[in-house]
Design a protein around this ligand. Structure first.
Ligand SMILES: Nc1ncnc2c1ncn2[C@@H]1O[C@H](COP(=O)(O)OP(=O)(O)O)[C@@H](O)[C@H]1O
Ligand SMILES: C=C(OP(=O)(O)O)C(=O)O
Ligand SMILES: [Ca+2]
Ligand SMILES: [Mn+2]
Length: 641
């Protein structure tokens, strides 16, 4: 080096800034080309154990684009769009671009402008690529101080259950739960096609769309292939985190998806369309194996839409789908955590002393449990490092942070700030939790924990349930919500949601209940009711049970200690409550002790019991499974007063 410098240095020459070895580029563009190593073809040809015929990498890419073009095809023009792979912002050549002739189903006679246009497909991008897309092109997307991608979900910051529609055809008329209490609001096939076309046309009108090909369910025998077509990098990264991520080899052999989501959330539905009662519509067509989203960008719609699909597909295979968290102890003892939104499934299944199988959606087969998802979706309002360290630490590069507020300069998130919404969320891959159990499967559950956040403050912090009581509370699906942050709110809002997830079940609740009873009996699982809500008075006068106490209660359930405790039956609800639990003040175990006004306690207890009774009336005419005695026992397991 030094010699060269000396040899060239003859005084009248320009100064050479050549203190390091020369690079192999003549221009800045060439230099930039050096920066990125080309991805190698994802699968070595012919090594597929699945027996897919040997394809050249080029053929495989072409088939993949054909499949995507077919997914995006208009069903009235009967042609798929011209799809090319890669970022439209990049020059051709720098990214892998595979041109493709028009996807021809019929010869095209009437050429329209739309058929002359190219749609760029950003296929299974990596988190880093999705970050760049989001930050460059999506307003409100920023990197936080810990590396998470903060973004806004737009006008909708929660799900829209009233805008859900399910196609009612000959099959689904018979198979699904319709009518009062059911989440399935009907629409006809034709209207579905109108919304589908609206979504597809919208997506095709864009310069680029994101396509994710991923899996649901860690049980290899019951794995479902899903394709998600969306317009936002936010949605693509969210689903990358929430679904199971295929390996390169699995992706190369992906083939046809079993189910496709068209997420055109930025675009509204047309309110002149039959069945539409707002600008939002989330439409499920089981026969076509498709879901269409219009008028909401809340990413949870996709996650919970797929959950609804699993609530249809799995019971048909005699597999029970569960709206529950799930973890496993060092000795292989599995616990399920059922509960409605905000009751503690994610918080309590994420336990530093146990293996996390999943935080929200599971299946229970003849061999054990499996997680449906590949990620977790944690609430982050008031999140603290001390109380929930594993969730806190999972909020790093790759994690999607929805609707949080952060400091403009440092980008530090203020988790106490609810200015955008109370429902701030973090979506991260399950392996971001240090003791995640991968693959996310486990043996049969030993404990079934029903979580209720009782804002009336009358349910005990924990009670042991017999099978009939477990079924009664499972079918009731109770929680109480505090109506929000508005002032003047005096009454907690009781919510009953069958199977702790009525918004997602597709068949009648008794179908799932019968399966749960059967499995619990067969495998000797114990049921527990845990109140993660109020104590010492209702919302407004009492306070929420300390998370540290709830964790001690859960520890005692897991260890088997609680099963050995002395129990006493409560009035009205007839719940078995323990006399003592290590680490928990004994006086709080009977809620009556914590109320200073005993009259008010009894009145509130009565009131809640009445709400339970009224709610259960819908189910009194149904039989649970084939067992008449169980049905009678369940009916008798409710409150008595
Ligand atoms: N005693 C408690 N038990 C469980 N969660 C609690 C408790 N007290 C406060 N919380 C808070 O309640 C929320 C529970 O939400 P989460 O676990 O995400 O519910 P889910 O997963 O069932 O929707 C968390 O924000 C948690 O910090
Ligand atoms: C994402 C959801 O799940 P959870 O609140 O149960 O975590 C939801 O219900 O929209
Ligand atoms: Ca939920
Ligand atoms: Mn959750």
């Amino acid at each position: 080096m030094a010699d060269k410098k000396m040899a060239n240095g003859s005084g009248n020459e320009v100064c050479h800034d050549d203190s390091s070895s020369p690079i192999k580029a003549q221009t800045i563009d060439e230099l930039h080309c050096l920066q990125k190593k080309r991805s190698s073809p994802s699968t070595p040809i012919d090594s597929s154990p699945g027996g897919v015929s040997a394809l050249s990498e080029e053929d495989r890419q072409r088939q993949q684009l054909q499949s995507i073009s077919a997914s995006l095809a208009s069903l009235t023009r009967e042609t798929g769009p011209n799809v090319v792979k890669g970022d439209p912002a990049r020059k051709t050549g720098s990214s892998k671009v595979a041109h493709m002739a028009q996807h021809q189903l019929v010869p095209t006679i009437n050429i329209s402008d739309s058929s002359m246009k190219f749609t760029h497909v950003l296929y299974n991008l990596s988190p880093a690529e999705l970050y760049e897309q989001a930050i460059r092109h999506e307003k409100g997307s920023f990197m936080t101080s810990t590396g998470a991608l903060a973004t806004l979900s737009g006008a909708k910051t929660g799900r829209s259950p009233r805008d859900k529609r399910v196609v009612k055809d000959e099959n689904t008329t018979k198979e699904l739960w319709w009518g009062k209490g059911s989440p399935n609001i009907e629409m006809d096939e034709h209207t579905f096609m109108i919304n589908r076309e609206r979504a597809v046309d919208y997506l095709n009108s864009l310069d680029k769309v994101f396509v994710n090909d991923q899996f649901l369910n860690w049980d290899p025998e019951n794995r479902i292939k899903v394709r998600i077509v969306s317009a936002r990098a936010y949605h693509s990264l969210f689903m990358h985190n929430m679904c199971i991520r295929p390996t390169d080899a699995e992706l190369a052999n992906f083939g046809r998806p079993d189910f496709t989501i068209y997420n055109a959330g930025q675009f509204p539905c047309n309110r002149f369309t039959h069945y539409m009662t707002s600008s939002t519509s989330i439409d499920m067509n089981l026969a076509r194996k498709e879901m269409v989203i219009l008028g909401t960008q809340y990413a949870g719609e996709m996650k919970k839409g797929l959950f609804s699909l699993m609530h249809y597909l799995m019971p048909k295979r005699e597999i029970l789908s569960l709206h529950s968290g799930c973890n496993m102890g060092k000795n292989g003892d599995v616990a399920l955590f059922f509960g409605l939104s905000g009751t503690g499934k994610t918080t309590l299944s994420t336990d530093h002393n146990r293996y996390l199988i999943g935080d929200d959606e599971h299946c229970w087969t003849n061999t054990g449990v499996s997680n449906i998802e590949g990620g977790c979706y944690a609430k982050c309002i008031d999140l603290s490092r001390e109380k929930e360290p594993d969730i806190w630490n999972a909020i790093k590069f790759g994690t999607v942070l929805e609707n949080v507020v952060f400091e403009e300069h440092t980008r530090e998130v203020d988790y106490s700030d609810n200015s955008v919404t109370e429902n701030t969320r973090a979506a991260y891959p399950i392996e971001y939790i240090p003791n995640a159990k991968i693959p996310c499967v486990g043996p049969h559950p030993k404990n079934v924990i029903l979580l209720a956040c009782d804002a009336f403050g009358v349910l005990p912090p924990v009670s042991k349930l017999n099978l009939a009581q477990t079924m009664y509370h499972f079918i009731s699906g109770y929680t109480a919500l505090v109506a929000g942050t508005e002032d003047g709110i005096k009454e907690p809002q009781a919510t009953f949601s069958a199977c702790f997830g009525a918004a997602f079940i597709m068949m009648h609740p008794t179908k799932y209940a019968a399966m749960l009873a059967d499995k619990m009996r067969k495998h000797g699982a114990t049921g527990w009711l845990v109140n993660t809500g109020w104590s010492g008075g209702r919302y407004g006068s009492g306070s929420r049970i300390k998370l540290s106490y709830t964790r001690k209660i859960i520890d005692a359930i897991h260890s088997g200690e609680l099963l050995k405790a002395q129990f006493r039956k409560t009035e009205v609800f007839g719940l078995e409550i323990p006399a003592a639990i290590e680490g928990v003040p004994s006086e709080i175990l009977d809620p009556m002790n914590t109320w200073s006004d005993k009259g008010a306690y009894k009145e509130t207890l009565q009131k809640l019991a009445t709400l339970f009774k009224n709610n259960f009336e819908t189910f009194t005419n149904y039989k649970i499974g084939t067992d008449n005695t169980l049905t009678e026992e369940i009916l008798a397991a409710g409150p008595k007063f």
